[in-house]
Design a protein around this ligand. Structure first.
Ligand SMILES: Cc1ncc(COP(=O)(O)O)c(C=O)c1O
Length: 420
């Protein structure tokens, strides 16, 4: 097979050229189990499996499925790994991978600006099983190296991170980890294999929430880990015990979504860059976080190791919690919702979606401003999205708006809520 470009791989990699019934698309093997002709057939299969040569044949749905296997082969080809293992969600990929690689007495290091549930899993669950951890600030390589102990087994980080889109210097990470014989795992959900391929830098395992860009249509939950046959094989064994497998129908939806991954991500990269440039010039915007802006702390690293800066732009408005809500409510194209990476644009006020139970002061203490907005652009026309942002900013900031507010005594008072 020729060494194909990514845009060809998203369409063809992993799928066999000749399919059952001469279909063009890979069929959905909607079955929980697989059958054998007779006992001799079963014994042949078991012997082949013992030698790792079962040649695409499956035995039971928790251990494998041909539709899922085709998607795994495609995802391995996209990230440049030997093998991939699909899961029922991104969190299932994260938790099963960490359970598989760590045992009591081991120490794991993770970076701070990352998906909250991943941090919770390490700090609140793995510790119950005797795993130790250290959280280090994203981008502080001295702290990262200093945190390594004799029992450190793993460094886990996202890149780019959520919500500040920090980008880890993968060359530096791998250099540190290899000198100390520590394994590395990168959650590359925000980048996709189109924008960044951590395995090419020597990272051991890559994880994606396939719920986001890989699926791309906001209609499924899935996760994947990609890496060497050896490491992914061990994780697959653990999955066979824990059981968080992807349903074959969801695997088919993911396969279908992947065919347009390159087209979608390129469009989302371009739109997000235009959105970031626009917001960076707007007087009502206090700060924009996008690795494609020269003012972003990781612009240089991102320019070196990524081929696109991604479809998420975070920004702080020059207002408070309520004012930010008014801006979001004035948007007409993005839906309000806590995800990213699909064809529909999604917007969220980070304080309300991820840190609702905290006060303004508590959020400020962990670096989350009440006016922080995360916009995940879809594939709508970029001019329409820019026009929508402009009108929403105008409505929230530049128009003197008269609101009717009910005060404590029940009297209706006219109050000016916003004026710059
Ligand atoms: C970076 C990152 N990793 C993992 C996850 C978890 O993925 P899932 O929602 O598919 O379980 C998310 C979800 O938002 C995420 O943003």
């Amino acid at each position: 097979m020729l060494n194909q470009n990514l845009s060809t791989r998203v369409v063809h990699a992993g799928e066999s050229r000749r399919k059952p019934h001469h279909t063009l698309t890979t069929p959905i093997a909607q079955t929980s189990t697989f059958t054998f002709e007779n006992t001799a057939d079963l014994v042949r299969y078991m012997e082949a499996r013992m030698w790792g040569e079962h040649d695409g044949r499956e035995e039971y749905g928790r251990y494998g499925n041909p539709t899922t296997a085709a998607v795994e082969a495609k995802l391995a080809a996209l990230d440049g790994g030997e093998a991939a293992c699909l899961f029922s969600s991104g969190m299932a990929a994260v938790t099963t991978t960490l359970f598989s690689l760590l045992s009591a007495g081991a120490h794991v290091i993770f970076t701070d600006d990352s998906y909250r549930r991943t941090r919770q899993f390490i700090s609140q669950f793995l510790t119950r099983y005797g795993v130790e951890f250290t959280q280090v600030p994203m981008g502080d390589y001295e702290a990262l190296e200093a945190a390594i102990r004799p029992n450190t087994r793993l460094i886990f980080s996202e890149s780019p991170t959520n919500p500040y889109l920090r980008v880890l210097d993968l060359e530096r990470l791998v250099d540190i980890a290899r000198r100390h014989k520590v394994k590395t795992v990168i959650d590359s959900t925000f980048a996709t294999p189109i924008n960044q391929r951590p395995l090419e830098f020597g990272v051991d395992l890559v994880i994606h929430s396939a719920t986001k860009y890989l699926g791309g249509h906001n209609d499924l939950l899935a996760g994947v880990v990609v890496g060497s046959d050896y490491l992914v094989g061990g994780i697959k064994e653990t999955q066979g015990i824990f059981g968080p497998v992807l349903d074959p129908h969801a695997a088919y939806l993911l396969l279908r979504g992947l065919k347009t991954l390159e087209l979608r991500v390129k469009r989302q990269n371009e739109t997000a860059q235009r959105v970031a440039d626009f917001l960076a010039r707007h007087p009502a915007v206090r700060r924009v976080y996008y690795p494609g802006l020269p003012c972003h702390p990781d612009y240089q690293v991102a320019s070196r190791q990524m081929s696109g800066f991604g479809g998420v732009v975070s920004f702080e408005l020059d207002t408070d919690l309520e004012g930010t809500g008014r801006f979001i409510d004035a948007l007409q194209i993005p839906y309000i919702g806590p995800s990213l990476g699909g064809v529909e644009s999604l917007v969220e006020q980070v304080a309300l979606v991820s840190y609702f139970e905290l006060s303004t002061e508590e959020r400020a203490a962990i670096g989350i401003s009440d006016s922080l907005v995360r916009l995940a652009v879809g594939i709508e026309d970029p001019d329409d999205l820019l026009a929508d942002l402009a009108q929403a900013l105008d409505r929230a900031f530049e128009t003197e708006t008269l609101f009717q507010a009910v005060n404590g005594s029940g009297r209706i008072l006219p109050v000016v809520m916003y004026r710059r």
